[in-house]
Design a protein around this ligand. Structure first.
Ligand SMILES: [Zn+2]
Length: 344
């Protein structure tokens, strides 16, 4: 099968386009003919090499995908060849302490497809049957492939972990990127007032289209000062900060007393200088979150199917040009998701 893979860590130039053996279907699993996949920051971080993650080479990158079921393994009764599906990239054991209490993303044997296992930028992939989720006939594979990781991550971060409530003010940094566009829409559906911050007016225009109430161009104005103006010096209830080093202390300073900072990543660096005085005197909560459970994906997916939210695909590339997709991701240029077409 055609695949994108790499045999050593490095920049986008290590990505190779070529032939790899097609995987065999296993009991309990399904084989998918991948039509489209989408790129996430983690694809680029893994390609560059992460300190505590060892991956076997050749590695096929990619967590998100959508396609058609072509073969079902023994014991799978809820799928058949021809089903159109998207993939839930989160694989958990189902019986550890954390799975049993519903926190699949805390599973002691948690795996993200495309992280330590073979990923989605190839023509065929085998995944556990329960990770294939049927999509409506009128949903394109490109749209479907753009949904899973960012929407499950945003839902768990804002709703489960961040406890966002109607009427609250939320500041979303990096609001036009993949997780950001999911956060804006989930916050609006919840009934919060959304302050979206991004680096260009073009990106902010899309945030406005998605329902953001207030816009901040943080290249042109200090977002903490602007948040104070917009909230009559009160501060926001929740800040979403997956930027990290560049924004951390300013995010803390944007919160109301007792406010919550939620984070699911650190795209500009993971070791920011912090100011503990803000955290204890103002009784702030710093809340970490990562990926999510089946239910935390199904909740936003249902809202998308009902037309209450929508996927946002900013750029598309052919499979052979994955390197350009990674370059764009690292430049944080795209508005919304970067999708790669895998097969016709
Ligand atoms: Zn588990």
């Amino acid at each position: 099968m055609k695949a994108i893979f790499y045999e050593n860590h490095g920049g986008p130039e290590v990505l190779q386009y070529g032939e790899l053996p097609e995987p065999e279907v296993r009991p309990g699993s399904v084989k998918i003919d991948v039509k489209a996949m989408s790129v996430n920051h983690i694809d680029c971080f893994l390609r560059g090499g992460l300190e505590r993650v060892t991956i076997p080479f050749p590695h096929i990158p990619g967590c998100d995908a959508a396609g058609v079921v072509v073969e079902v393994g023994r014991g799978v009764s809820d799928h058949k060849p021809g089903d159109r599906v998207l993939l839930n990239p989160c694989v958990n054991c189902g019986h550890c302490e954390f799975c049993l209490r519903g926190d699949a993303s805390l599973c002691t044997r948690f795996q993200l497809i495309g992280e330590t296992t073979s990923g989605t930028s190839c023509e065929r992939i085998v995944v556990p049957g329960r990770n294939a989720i049927p999509i409506p006939d009128d949903m394109t594979f490109e749209d479907a492939a753009s949904i899973p990781l960012v929407f499950v991550t945003a839902w768990r971060m804002l709703i489960t972990r961040g406890r966002l409530r109607p009427g609250e003010d939320i500041l979303i940094l990096g609001a036009s990127a993949g997780v950001g566009i999911a956060c804006i829409q989930i916050a609006k559906v919840t009934g919060a007032r959304v302050i979206a911050a991004a680096s260009t007016d073009e990106k902010l225009a899309v945030c406005r289209e998605l329902g953001a109430d207030e816009l901040i161009n943080y290249k042109q104005e200090d977002f903490t000062r602007r948040v104070r103006e917009l909230t009559n010096k009160r501060g926001v209830d929740v800040v979403v900060d997956y930027i990290g080093n560049d924004t951390w202390v300013k995010s803390l300073k944007s919160l109301v007393r007792g406010g919550r900072l939620v984070t699911c990543g650190a795209t500009t660096g993971f070791d920011p200088k912090t100011d503990l005085r803000y955290i204890f005197f103002r009784q702030l909560e710093v809340i970490g979150s990562t990926t999510g459970s089946h239910n935390e994906l199904m909740a936003p997916f249902k809202l998308i199917c009902d037309g209450k939210m929508r996927p946002v695909v900013g750029e598309t590339y052919p499979l052979a040009d994955m390197a350009s997709a990674h370059v764009s991701m690292e430049a944080r240029r795209a508005i919304g998701k970067i999708v790669v077409r895998v097969s016709a």
